[in-house]
Design a protein around this ligand. Structure first.
Ligand SMILES: NC(=O)c1ccc[n+]([C@@H]2O[C@H](COP(=O)([O-])OP(=O)(O)OC[C@H]3O[C@@H](n4cnc5c(N)ncnc54)[C@H](O)[C@@H]3O)[C@@H](O)[C@H]2O)c1
Length: 302
């Protein structure tokens, strides 16, 4: 599906990103495998996991190069984009996937926990996208055909809200919004921008599922990160040229479209605050309720 295409996958040393890289390569793409090799909380670095993924791709007969950039670093992200173009002659696909967690209730969250999580997710999406988009704009201006992809990674936490994840949820909601703006701005250049909101068993979520050793084989199969890579690989292919600005809620082997914010029921507004209550109450009674973490209407959740 992706023969002759060139992809960057950030955070591709483990989990979902590793599956993206392996599947894109198995469908013919040359892949730059980026990973800082950080802990789940974003501490430290280790070139091991990314090198292992490159070796796996090469063992399967594919093409891959390793990159250890920190995606929060603007210059390193620029060098990463340049490396993919130097190594393989072009760039067609950017999968922004790197992520960390530092969960805490909002009343206890430290500034460092906020900055680290918002940094890796939100700025970590901006930096690679900025450099890739500038490259595609240059290609388009030079008259070269561009059929490129930005594939971002949000989370049900950002779309629907989850306790203990003020930093993560805010960043992930920001990524969904970032995707819409990129889709609007880059469409004319031949670049689509879409967003995944995945659920898959990886080291980030295994602890909240009772620990790696307590997850059944059946659940492990149904929530394999491989399913998420299937969606990303289709989006990355020429077949998905017409799909942009969408958020896909992919939970293992089920996929749903996350429908975006809409302006709901409306009315004219009274001039006095004291008269506002009945108008607002009537609108709330008509409006669709917010969703629960499954994305389903949940009138009593909040
Ligand atoms: N697993 C899930 O159920 C789930 C749910 C919702 C969202 N997500 C999102 O999916 C993405 C992948 O998560 P995962 O579950 O595979 O986790 P993971 O920990 O297995 O993989 C994330 C990778 O990102 C790398 N990374 C962290 N900071 C980096 C940085 N600054 N620069 C480059 N690489 C960096 C890590 O080294 C790690 O290998 C994340 O964005 C995560 O928030 C996952």
């Amino acid at each position: 599906m992706c023969e002759g295409r060139v992809a960057i996958v950030t955070g591709a040393g483990r989990g979902i990103g590793r599956e993206h890289a392996l599947m894109l390569a198995s469908e013919g793409a040359a892949v730059l495998v980026n990973d800082l090799g950080a802990s789940p909380a974003g501490e430290g670095s280790d070139a091991g996991p990314a090198n292992e993924v490159v070796a796996e791709i090469e063992a399967l007969g594919g093409q891959a190069v390793v990159n250890g950039a920190d995606v929060t670093n603007f210059e390193e992200s620029g060098a990463m984009v340049a490396q993919a173009i130097d190594a393989f002659g072009r760039l067609d696909i950017l999968v922004n996937n790197a992520g960390i967690l530092r969960d805490r209730m909002v009343f206890s969250m430290t500034e460092a926990e906020w900055d680290a999580v918002v940094g890796v997710h939100l700025k970590g999406h901006f930096c690679p996208t900025r450099h890739a988009a500038a490259y595609w704009r240059g290609q388009s201006k030079a008259g070269n055909a561009v059929d490129a992809r930005v594939i971002n990674t949000a989370s049900p936490s950002g779309l629907y809200g989850n306790v203990g994840q003020a930093n993560y949820g805010a960043a992930k909601a920001g990524i969904a919004g970032f995707t819409l703006v990129c889709a609007l701005e880059l469409g004319r250049l031949g670049v689509t921008a879409n967003c995944l909101a995945p659920t898959a068993i990886t080291r980030l979520v295994a602890p909240v599922m009772g620990g790696e050793e307590n997850i059944s084989d059946d659940l492990r199969a149904r929530l394999s990160p491989r399913w998420v890579a299937t969606v990303a690989t289709w989006l990355a292919s020429p077949a998905a040229k017409h799909v942009t600005g969408r958020v896909f809620d992919v939970r293992g082997d089920t996929i749903a479209i996350a429908e975006g914010w809409h302006r709901g029921p409306e009315d004219t507004f009274p001039a006095q605050p004291a008269e506002a209550g009945p108008v607002i109450e009537a609108l709330l009674a008509k409006a669709r309720p917010n969703a629960d973490l499954d994305g389903k209407d949940a009138p009593d959740r909040f």
